[in-house]
Design a protein around this ligand. Structure first.
Ligand SMILES: [Mg+2]
Length: 451
């Protein structure tokens, strides 16, 4: 082992955006027609016995469902507007750590202009100190959302770098193998029977209608779920993702009615706005026999503390690419372990697999069916990496390759942030002719996160 003084230090932080939509960590940066944007179902599928001549998609119930012009696809109100980014961190011995996430050009700006200063020159083992400085220095504009998503991607690149320097997979550095065998997966997608046929242990569908979709929305939701349950038969777990679109009254009534009508639902996910912490307590009080899960839009140990201490969430679902990265996820995981609450990360591909393998209270993993029709399995990060593992028979055995074990695909075109970020305002008046030409080219090509 190298001594402390001989350990490589970080010399460079670089940011990029993938040139091709679908490559990288933004799940929603997909072409129109992808099921993750519109639900992939005819609008009235849930109405048993009723055919419809409307070609419209039913959409995915979401906080914007109340606005007719934004109801049909989540792209219409801008779910993929930020896009993906890639962070590359180089050490003094030439080793490179790579990660991806979401946040696009604004995240690149934050990393280059703000967070890099806490990372360059550091010992890559000092993960807690670097994270703490990035978090505290951005308190005045950060705490949740995009700034924390940007910190997450930097943190994941640091863990990848550290693993590569040490020659160890990340899971071995964060607690080691806590479970024998492969990680079992459930599949999130539009067709639960696909999940069953491909060997997944369960399936999660998106709820189609919100309370803003008319007085019969609950009936249509129940019929939609009843049709899926009937198709699946008894026994195969079916979960429902409500993407922050309901309220306490609606959620309790629908979950109770589903039970009464024999529609077996394993859990109801993210039914409330993430800031409605008290609402989660009410859900558990009013319907204690129902499993309620949430967490993918919560951030940092402070946000999760509020979810954990009430003991009203049955499964916590942090997204390691959004909520602060691996360094912060380990702290949240420790908090949850003290309450025996399972932690099952949202999406996030191999970043989640390394976490799950190392945590005794993280029993399984989510896989999002990334193909446009959701009927087959595609890599979470598109073509960004040469060797991203995908589940076979509904499970994955985590690689022992160093870091997160991902090799960047040389065919994946990455645009350096210097090509699309405006110059630092301090230097703005003294742009060289070359910089001016580059900026004109950028503006002409519209490579500024337009969607
Ligand atoms: Mg979800």
């Amino acid at each position: 082992m190298p001594s402390t003084s001989a350990f490589p230090t970080i010399t460079k932080v670089e940011t990029f955006i993938p040139a091709q939509g679908g490559d990288g960590g933004d799940y929603h940066r997909q072409k129109d027609g992808h099921w993750i944007l519109d639900g992939g179902k005819p609008r009235d599928e849930g109405r048993a016995g009723n055919s419809t001549d409307s070609p419209r998609k039913c959409g995915i119930s979401n906080p914007m469902s109340g606005y007719e012009q934004y109801r049909e696809t989540r792209t219409s109100w801008g779910i993929g507007v930020l896009g993906s980014l890639v962070v590359k961190i180089t050490a003094s011995d030439g080793t490179e750590g790579i990660s991806t996430g979401f946040g696009g050009p604004p995240a690149c700006w934050l990393i280059e202009q703000h967070f890099a200063r806490f990372v360059v020159g550091s010992d890559p083992r000092d993960t807690n100190r670097m994270w703490d400085q990035m978090f505290k220095a951005s308190t005045f504009y950060g705490r949740k959302g995009l700034p924390i998503a940007a910190i997450s991607v930097v943190d994941l690149a640091i863990w990848d770098l550290l693993g590569k320097i040490r020659g160890e997979p990340v899971y071995k550095m964060i607690g080691g193998r806590a479970k024998d065998g492969k990680i079992p997966f459930y599949l999130t997608g539009p067709e639960p029977t696909t999940a069953r046929d491909l060997g997944f242990w369960g399936s999660k569908v998106a709820l189609p209608y919100s309370p803003n979709d008319g007085f019969d929305s609950m009936r249509r939701n129940l019929d939609f779920l009843k049709a899926h349950r009937k198709q699946l038969g008894d026994g195969f777990p079916l979960m429902v993702d409500c993407y922050m679109s309901l309220n306490v009254q609606y959620a309790v009534e629908m979950a109770t009615k589903a039970k009464e009508e024999g529609i077996d639902i394993t859990w109801w996910e993210e039914v409330l706005h993430p800031d409605d912490f008290d609402g989660h307590k009410l859900l558990k009080e009013r319907a204690p026999g129902i499993k309620w899960t949430t967490g993918e839009h919560e951030y940092s140990r402070y946000g999760f503390r509020q979810l954990i201490e009430g003991r009203s969430i049955d499964i916590l679902q942090p997204d390691v690419m959004w909520m602060g990265g691996m360094t912060e996820l380990l702290k949240i995981s420790a908090q949850a372990a003290a309450y025996d609450i399972p932690v099952v990360p949202h999406g996030s591909g191999p970043y989640s697999y390394h976490f799950i393998l190392s945590q005794p209270h993280s029993p399984f993993c989510e896989y999002i069916a990334n193909s446009p029709d959701g009927l087959s399995i595609a890599p979470v990060f598109g073509n960004l990496f040469l060797n991203e593992p995908v589940p076979h028979g509904g499970s994955i055995d985590v690689s022992d390759e160093p870091g997160f074990g991902l090799i960047l695909n040389p065919e994946a075109k990455l645009i350096p942030s210097s090509e699309f970020l405006a110059p630092n305002p301090e230097n703005g008046l003294s742009m060289t002719d070359e910089e001016k030409a580059l900026r004109e080219k950028r503006l002409a090509n519209g490579v500024n996160g337009k969607h």
